[in-house]
Design a protein around this ligand. Sequence first.
Ligand SMILES: NC(=O)c1ccc[n+]([C@@H]2O[C@H](COP(=O)([O-])OP(=O)(O)OC[C@H]3O[C@@H](n4cnc5c(N)ncnc54)[C@H](O)[C@@H]3O)[C@@H](O)[C@H]2O)c1
Length: 385
Amino acid sequence: MKVLILGGDGYIGWPLSMYLSEKGHEVHIVDNFLKRYIEAQQGVECINSPSSLVKRIKTWNEVSGKKINFTVADISENPKLLYRILEDFQPDSIVHLAEQPSAPYSMLGRSQAINTQRNNVLGTLNLIYAIQAHCPEVHLVKLGTMGEYGQPNIDIEEGWIHIEHKGRSDTLLFPKSPGSFYHASKVHDSTNLEFACRTWGHRVTDLNQGVVYGTQTGQSKMHPNLAISFHYDEIFGTVINRFITEATLGHSLTVYGNGSQTRAYIYLEDVLRCVEIAIEKPADKYQFRVFNQFTEQLSINQLADKVALAGKSLDYRVTIDHIENPRVEKENHYFNAVSTHLPNLGLNPTFLTNDLILEMLKYLSDFKDFIDKSKFMPGVKWKNH
Ligand SMILES: NC(=O)c1ccc[n+]([C@@H]2O[C@H](COP(=O)([O-])OP(=O)(O)OC[C@H]3O[C@@H](n4cnc5c(N)ncnc54)[C@H](O)[C@@H]3O)[C@@H](O)[C@H]2O)c1
């Protein structure tokens, strides 16, 4: 298959590009290095200094004997170039990861909220029009997030919900309650994509993904230049990465609030498999298909306990601290999301086991001297405006 990967230089996009290339697909990457730009602007960096995209691709093509190509393009600012890429490459599938993915960044202030929504919403809208112009039959796999749903007091269905109201019934998009201006941008994307499916017959799979963890994949281990980015700062680091890094340094694990907040999680290698499943079994024309892409639900306290347990087995001194929650989110809440489509299509789920945490802790131990503990405490407050 010809697969166009938008955002192929990112945390997920790079390992996905290698994975699909190894499987024999013809992979073409598009990226504008927005992530690297925001890193420089915000003074945060990956602890493992990943290579440039050019070096990554050159190394991959040498060690794998396959060939990934790429174009540097901004899909939100340069629609003409995006049109040309689609016209020339004529992909069978497009995997769209090219968005600003940080909730805290989007909550820094007005200009960051606007940057996020402009980049994400307009990029996706440009893509919808480019598809309509040059490859209306293509299957678009779009990365959404479980954070679009928020924390409703009912079960979270997979994208759609059947509602009976005043004696009538309908199947409607599941109501969304995003937790930041970033999450709101993904909700706007979903609305626009569903409209394009319903109106123009586009075929879209929206992967509402949980928080991803994982430091390496089978392909990234093949050469140091193929390393996957690892962030632990509050802008791009996830809570698991922060806990792993804190444990490595012997710093207490910083739990926001009372730690009862529950979220959905998924292992990076499972993400790659989910995208593969989605492109192998495409959505139908006119279908806006939603998969809830996660394998387990855990509270922050459960995560902290798991990391502490693994850390102790390496003789790390791990303690847990509760700090003021900078976010506006529910604590002690109900959270139960459905995820049946991906397992039914063949996903064999991985869980956050002690062994996996140990693997991440051991990976981080090589970078212990580069950890900057001033990056652990949150500075972005949801209510500071
Ligand atoms: N990592 C997670 O835990 C997670 C969880 C849920 C959803 N997601 C979603 O998955 C996708 C990928 O996430 P990630 O963690 O790999 O993020 P990332 O920031 O590492 O990767 C995104 C890539 O897209 C590029 N990009 C951004 N805007 C672009 C534009 N306008 N034109 C071209 N390239 C652009 C960036 O430079 C970056 O390389 C995002 O859409 C994110 O919202 C991620």
